[in-house]
Ligand binder design. Structure first.
Ligand code: GFB
Length: 315
């Protein structure tokens, strides 16, 4: 099994790079990768040529246009178009070339804004989406449905994993486009360094969020590659959430900042809550292993070690 050729799309991102490292450490040696400058996944002909030449047996689709609440709200066209183009091209090319298994990665924002909690897989498409990330969510829902249709019509082993909000080493620490965890690590660190200045955070602090360390997601991808899972879609999370205010207090204490926290309510809160029901993947045999506090401590250590190399990633 470990000699199978596996194409990891998006291997330079936080998810793709962690998946690649995890597969390498588990003894997979035939890993195929291309950077976005070598292969633009939005270009259909190039993706078809690449897949025909390489003939991977497994494809992990971790390439996507991603970002935090403000990036999603500010660049709606890039979030819907780039994601649709990438996944259409990769999924169709994989299907045409008889790839044995494809794992498509989505996000918990695909569920309706006011769905009951915790979110079960069958709540998909039962209500309207959170407006700030509807563009990204619609693209991801289309990707899930592409895999489901190929499964239903052609019996392909193409499936989707829906991770909750992710964090960890190699995240995007740009303050405009990042997610909340890297933004808070950077804001509290920089405020501490300038003498415990006040830190301004977005929204009211009341939204509830669930966080999964990217290493746990990589383990879930490995689990999905190595096992024959029955369903076409599985939620991947910890099953536990906390408020953004509680998250802020936790990161503040890990970083050691002693100043004030100011809430800028002109910035959006987004979905009030999105806690995943993870019973399906638990029943299949996967469970997360990194608890939030430990994961945040490790991420802060990684941030400190890489402060000098961190480049600002802008869309
Ligand atoms: O992580 P985040 O950007 O994304 O924001 P979402 C989570 C919450 O943290 C929101 C608050 O309520 C933000 O208002 N927050 C407070 C901050 N301070 C900050 C800050 O400095 N930076 C950021 N980024 N947030 C995204 C979706 O939603 O989640 C994506 O837009 C995707 O499409 C991703 O699904 C997982 O959880 O609100």
């Amino acid at each position: 099994m470990r000699d199978r050729t596996i194409y990891i799309a998006g291997h330079n991102g936080m998810v793709g790079s962690t998946v690649m490292e995890t597969f390498r450490q588990s003894g997979y040696l035939n890993l195929v990768t291309r950077s976005s400058s070598e292969l633009d996944l939005r270009k259909q002909a190039d993706v078809f040529d690449f897949m025909t030449r390489e003939q991977p047996e497994v494809v992990i689709l971790a390439a996507a246009r991603v970002g935090g609440i403000l990036a999603n709200d500010s660049y709606p066209y890039q979030f819907i178009y780039d994601n649709l183009a990438i996944q259409n091209n990769v999924i169709e090319a994989a299907s045409r070339n008889d790839v044995e298994k494809l794992i498509f990665l989505g996000s918990s924002c695909i569920y309706p804004k006011h769905a009951s909690q915790p979110l079960r897989e069958e709540y998909l498409l039962t209500g309207s989406l959170e407006p700030t990330n509807q563009w990204y969510a619609i693209a991801k829902i289309a990707g899930i449905k592409l895999c489901e249709a190929l499964r239903k019509q052609y019996n392909k082993r193409f499936m989707a994993l829906m991770p909750t909000n992710l964090y960890g080493p190699r995240d995007n620490f740009d303050l405009e486009t990042s997610h909340v965890v890297p933004a808070l690590i950077r804001k509290f660190h920089e405020a501490k360094e300038s003498g415990d200045q006040p830190v301004t955070l977005w929204g009211t602090g009341s939204p509830m969020r669930e966080f999964l360390h990217v290493q746990d997601l990589a383990e879930a991808v490995l689990f999905a590659v190595e096992n024959d899972l029955e369903e076409s879609m599985y939620n991947i999370g910890t099953g536990m959430d906390l408020s953004i205010r509680e998250l802020a207090q936790l990161i503040q204490s890990i970083v050691g900042h002693r100043g004030e926290i100011i809430w800028d309510t002109s910035k959006p809160d987004g979905t009030p809550r999105k806690l995943l029901d993870v019973s399906k993947i638990h029943d299949a045999g996967w469970h997360h292993s990194i608890e939030l506090e430990k994961g945040l401590e490790d991420t802060y250590s990684w941030y400190l070690e890489h402060l000098n190399e961190l480049k600002e990633v802008k869309i």
